[in-house]
Write a protein of this length. Structure first.
Length: 95
C-alpha cells in the first residue's frame, strides 16, 4: 500500500493544528486557508492547539488535575467558538 506524502509545510500545519482539524474536520480547507491569510486566526488556532494539549495533560493527571482540566476544557470551548465565528464571518464575506 502506498503512503501519501504531504508537502513539508502541509505536514507541519497538520501537526500544528491537529486538534482543531480533528474537532472540525469538515472545516479543514477553510481552517488551512484562513491560517495562511489571517494572522489573528492563525494565532487563535495555535492557542487552541496549546489549550487542547494542556487539557489532555491535565485529564491524564486524574483527580488532582480535575480543576485544571475543567478550566482548560472551558478555554478550548471558547476558542472553538471563536474559530467557528471567524469561519462563518469569512464565509459570509465570500457570499
Amino acid at each position: 500500500m502506498a503512503t501519501l506524502k504531504l508537502p513539508e509545510k502541509q505536514r507541519l500545519m497538520t501537526g500544528k493544528y491537529r486538534s482543531i482539524l480533528e474537532t472540525l474536520p469538515r472545516q479543514e480547507f477553510k481552517i488551512r486557508k484562513l491560517c495562511t491569510q489571517d494572522p489573528r486566526f492563525h494565532a487563535i488556532c495555535v492557542d487552541y492547539e496549546e489549550a487542547a494539549a494542556a487539557l489532555r495533560r491535565w485529564q491524564n493527571v486524574g483527580i488532582k488535575g480535575e480543576k485544571m482540566a475543567q478550566d482548560f476544557a472551558r478555554l478550548v470551548g471558547e476558542l472553538e467558538s471563536e474559530i467557528l465565528n471567524l469561519i462563518n464571518s469569512a464565509n459570509a464575506q465570500q457570499s
